[in-house]
Design a protein around this ligand. Structure first.
Ligand code: 13P
Ligand code: SF4
Length: 366
């Protein structure tokens, strides 16, 4: 058997050399391989994806794929979802194991279980609260939701998932992203006062028993460090200059930003909305920089003007870790019969997480 090719050999290769290797390896592996690419991936990697999409679309692709190897150009939780939803004999791979999601890391099983125990001192959570985890979370939190009658959501199905959740039980514990929870809850008519924030470092989340009893949604105090950089003043300044411009933001952006936006939705929704707009339209876009740059390039020839919302560079540094060097290394190893960076979720955890994910897929296809 051949030995694993070391990553150090690839670190010194140019992007062009990696490009040639990736193309050759894809050809050699043929249908045994599928590459899934999230919209935030850098261009040199994104162009090799067989399928691109938002988290929901890519999880569906992973569930339907027949390929032996699913190489996920995205972040850790996405490769975990691919492993959970694919057949046991398929192999999910993340080219760089350092590609995590800082928001996903803001909730872990220990502090979610503690929250559940503390909530149980006020009410019976298994009777009154549906736990909802954003797909940007570790597999054990999805399993927690599976075990407690809960569900997963993505940015594109959060409303349908919340409607389902409130049909099960009167309250929702939503983690880890407070903004997606608040932005979605508000559009469903839930007043801000009924959406309280659970500060996971404080006893009882920093809430009184009465606040918990009165709340409709309990929002985990997590956020995306990229999307929290967008501010309502950025929109105001842009509108002063271009009063007719359209504003579009991802629901991970703060409430005040989403309130000032004409459209709010997932990465796939953002692309589709700009694509369907009329020539001459000007857009201010509040999401990750690689995607906004791609939109700018793609639509400038149609006389659509795409601008980035923040004056500072907001890139997802973990998405950026997937570079041509790691992709070439991963694929060359597969050609040589070696699997590197496999993402494997333990069987019982995967079973329970699948339950919560399948509930989501069922609810969002209605
Ligand atoms: P989408 O599902 O909208 O692509 O979002 C994923 C994500 O991580 C946004 O920060
Ligand atoms: Fe996570 Fe934010 Fe990066 Fe999305 S953009 S993967 S939420 S850190």
């Amino acid at each position: 058997m051949t030995e694993v090719l070391p990553i150090e050999k690839y670190a010194g290769l140019s992007d062009e050399e990696c490009e040639a290797r990736i193309v050759a390896a894809k050809e050699a592996l043929g249908e045994r391989l599928v590459i899934l690419g999230h919209h935030y991936q850098r261009e040199e990697v994104f162009r090799h994806a067989d399928f691109s999409g938002d988290s929901l679309k890519l999880s569906r692709e992973a569930a339907q794929s027949k390929a032996e190897y699913i190489v996920f150009c995205g972040v850790h939780f996405m490769a975990e979802v691919a492993d959970i939803l694919s057949r046991p004999d398929q192999i999910s791979i993340l080219p760089d194991l350092g590609a995590g999601c800082s928001m996903a890391d803001m909730a872990n099983l220990a502090n979610v279980e503690r929250a559940w125990r503390e909530l149980a001192t006020v009410l019976d959570p298994d009777e009154t609260i549906t736990p909802v985890t954003y797909i940007n979370s570790a597999a054990d939190l999805k399993a927690f939701c599976g075990r407690h009658g809960g569900i997963v959501c993505t940015s594109s199905n959060a409303r349908k998932v919340l409607e389902w959740s409130f049909a099960q039980r009167e309250k929702v514990l939503f983690f880890p992203d407070q903004h997606l929870g608040r932005n979605t809850g508000y559009t469903m008519g839930i007043p801000l006062e009924q959406m309280v924030v659970w500060e996971f470092d404080l006893p009882m989340g920093g809430l009184t028993a009465q606040q918990i009893r009165d709340a409709k949604m309990i929002l985990w105090k997590g956020f995306c460090s990229v999307h929290q950089m967008f501010r309502p003043e950025h929109i105001d300044r842009f509108k002063d200059k271009y009063p007719d411009a359209k504003i579009i933001a991802h629901p991970e952006a703060p409430f005040e930003v989403c309130q000032k936006s004409d459209y709010v939705g997932s990465t796939e929704f953002i692309i589709q909305t700009v694509r369907e707009s009329a020539p001459g339209t000007r857009w201010l876009v509040g999401t990750e920089l690689n995607l906004v740059n791609r939109l700018h390039e793609q639509f400038k020839h149609q006389d659509k003007h795409v601008h980035f919302m923040s004056p500072t560079v907001c890139m997802c540094s973990t998405m950026f870790r997937i570079d041509p060097q790691h992709l070439a290394w991963t694929l060359d190893n597969l050609v040589a019969g070696q699997v590197v960076n496999q993402i494997k979720v333990a069987p019982e955890e995967a079973r329970l997480a699948r339950l919560a994910l399948e509930r989501m897929l069922e609810v969002s296809s209605r």
